[in-house]
Design a binder for this molecule. Sequence first.
Ligand SMILES: [Zn+2]
Length: 414
Amino acid sequence: MIHKLLSLFLLLPTLANASLAQAIYNHKITFSGDTTFVLPDSTTAISFSMLQGQSLWLETEVETIAIQINEHLESGVSQLVLCKPTQKQIRLVAAENGRISIILQGYRASYRAITKSKVAAQLAALAYKKGDCNMPAAIDQSIWRKDLPPPKPNPIATQVQHVIIHHSATSNSITDYLMAVRNIYLYHVNNNGWDDVGYNYLISPDGVLWAGRDGQGSITDDNVKGAHFCGKNSNTMGVCLIGNYSEKPPTDTMLGTLRQLVAWKVKKENLQPLEYSFHPVGSPSGFMLPVICGHRDGHKEGVFSGCQTECPGNYTYQLLDSIRQQVVRQLKACQYAVGLAENHLQNLQITRVNSLLMLQNSPAAQWQIIDMSGKVVMTGQMKNQTSIDVSSLKGLFILNVASDKANKYYKFIN
Ligand SMILES: [Zn+2]
């Protein structure tokens, strides 16, 4: 009996009852020129802690890539690099002269066969009909995160008004997506110090949808505030396409899942897929952000500074208009009134009298005037009735009146 128990214990993989310390290790590497580093067993992904200005090249079994600091984070952390489980060593090449000192973070987000079969079983059970506006089947976090440490408790709820599309910028040669999702989770929780995986959803190239940030029972739907949009995550939902879409287009299968997810979400939150609404991303004062947009829309050179990023990759970014149009078609097919969102600003009347914009019949709301580059040029408050003198403005502008639940827009030329 004791013998049997002992052999059962020995069969358990290292990640059973894992702590963060077991799932992640650190190694300091100091070298000049280049070096080969032997990876400890069970490494499935790596990243690096680096200083500002440091850069290096990394060769793995599947790719040679430039490693740089992830500029979205305050601490010097590189991007995530996924490895094949067969990867035994990596080669590092310093991009500058002299000695370089970095900390390699290794991840052991391997999984047991039973986890993989549970993923498959859940997928089969949740098979969905395409073309409707139902939520597509998603793999629960409790299934894909099995044996990894849990997220921090007390997630925060947020009312989603924008769907932000990302890519993971990880190798397109890695096809074990369960492992990829697990490693992204560890990277976000450990290196980035976030409470949970940053995204609300992830989609793999095979079209599988993975539920991201978890409501943990206290938030019963998917309106959980994530960490993915330049530190301004309120009112957003982050969807990550797994892979690097600066290198090639996302697959049709994953775009199909994305369309299904976005159409469902737009309908659920009573949004308009072709609209814009105010979002406080960027300095100094936020701007009008499309309801469906890419991560890089959070920055506009010379107009407002959010965070600069390639994300979601050029190929995805060029598809955004087509994605919006596909979402519109899908919504119309399930009788959703595109362009006619109901809101409690519906009685608001905006009229123009010479150089005055007259606003009448509205509950308390904020207003902004935005120029065509997205810059806020005037701002103020209204209650019941307000007039705005726009005689100082020249050109085409949008007045946005925003309450906590709705937005109304009025275009005018001076
Ligand atoms: Zn992104």
